[in-house]
Design a protein around this ligand. Structure first.
Ligand code: FES
Ligand SMILES: [Fe+2]
Length: 380
């Protein structure tokens, strides 16, 4: 983000505050309830979105050390990501090529080779098959070359590791990240590391969870006992970069800027930012750290959510960040409870559509991006 953009985002919210109004779209919109609870729709999203786009699956700091690896399961795709001694990142489907056992059970570690826990076929961290016990007798026709681990495309960009189904899709990554990639640099992505992590499964569609991070209309109500008092009522702005979104959520302190010279204004000092990195990640950027919220859609009604608190080196003692992480989890739990409440009533027949107000336009933009990927029509 350049300085002019930073100032214009602050001036925009100060203008809205001064006029006692909100960031408004032209009209309210709707989204069909079936989009959140249909198994057929979820299958379309899996094929047309989760398996069709580059996904933000890890941060570079999670793959440090010689021959580091980690595994990730996202939307039913088990992935093994490796970083070899020469510095190359690779990703594979984490499934044995013999009879399909999960190859690697450990969440992360360092290893040059991976041995299947069933019959000990072994691959190196470049995905090459290097060992088949009793190969000569049992597998005289085995062609080791064609029995490498199934590759996925994998690159590092802006401090994050991206995995895509194939090289052609990955070739579009820079275009896919146009506009938001600069901001990933601006927030200091490369200098971060994970200090605390929480994973939980909730009975809610993945899109309802993303939507909870796209408006501040609920802050003074659902978060009245936690973060509500720190934010201006229903004041937030957003901008779309392709399918991605940047939301600006000014804190009450933003009013102080009216008496300070523009040269001193700092966006992160007076506003939280939420980057929705389409489709499954949200970065909740605060003054001195961020929370990476990564969705793993399990079914149309269930999502595994991974929360990571990510911080720059040495700024505060670890206990400070752990306490911070607990506060974040407490606040986000309020959103997850509401999300499960929404999901539990979807099939009741009360609503055919959910309604997005003019200041909930980011929800409309997000669902439009989903529709575009599925080749459907507008959600309005
Ligand atoms: S299933 Fe993996 S070695 Fe047999
Ligand atoms: Fe919330």
């Amino acid at each position: 983000m350049d300085r002019a953009t930073e100032l214009s985002l602050l001036n925009e919210v100060l203008d809205l505050l001064g006029r006692k109004t909100f960031f408004l779209d032209d009209c309210q919109t709707t989204n069909a309830v079936a989009n959140y609870c249909s198994a057929e729709r979820f299958a379309q999203e899996t094929a047309g979105i989760f398996r069709a786009l580059p996904l933000m699956v890890a941060h570079v700091s999670e793959l440090t050390g010689d021959n580091a690896f980690l595994r990730r399961d996202i939307a039913g795709l088990p992935m093994l990501v490796t970083h070899d001694g020469a510095g190359a990142y690779r990703a594979f489907i984490n499934v044995c090529r013999h009879r399909g056992t999960r190859l690697v059970d450990a969440e992360s570690g360092c290893a040059r080779r991976f041995t299947c826990p069933y019959h000990a076929w072994t691959w190196n961290n470049r995905g090459e098959l290097i060992g088949i016990p009793h190969e000569r007798e049992g597998f005289p026709e085995a062609d080791r070359e064609s029995l490498g681990l199934k590759p996925l495309a994998c690159v590092e960009r802006h401090g994050w590791i991206w995995v895509a189904p194939d090289d052609a899709t990955m070739g579009e990554l820079d275009g896919f990240l146009a506009g938001i990639g600069d901001d990933l640099d601006w927030i200091g992505s490369r200098d971060l590391h994970v200090v605390a992590e929480t994973t939980a499964v909730h009975d809610v569609n993945w899109k309802i969870l993303i939507e909870g991070g796209l408006e501040s209309y609920h802050f003074k109500v659902a978060h009245k006992a936690t973060i509500g008092p720190y934010f201006n009522d229903n004041l937030s702005t957003y901008q779309a970069f392709g399918s991605h979104l940047r939301s600006v959520l000014p804190r009450v302190s933003v009013k102080e800027l009216a008496t300070q010279p523009e040269a001193d204004w700092q966006l992160r000092q007076h506003a939280n930012l939420v980057y929705t990195v389409f489709p499954l990640s949200q970065l909740l950027v605060q003054q001195d750290h961020l929370i990476w919220v990564c969705m793993d859609p399990v079914s149309e009604t269930r999502t595994r959510i991974n929360l990571k608190t990510m911080v720059p080196e040495g700024a505060q003692p670890i206990e400070y960040w752990q306490r911070n992480h607990e506060i974040t989890c407490t606040t986000l739990a309020e959103d997850f409870v509401i999300g499960e409440s929404i999901q539990s009533g979807l099939a009741s027949g009360a609503n055919d559509h959910l309604t997005f107000g003019r200041f909930e336009g980011a929800l409309h933009m997000f669902n439009d991006a989903v529709e575009r990927m599925l080749g459907g029509c507008d959600t309005a």
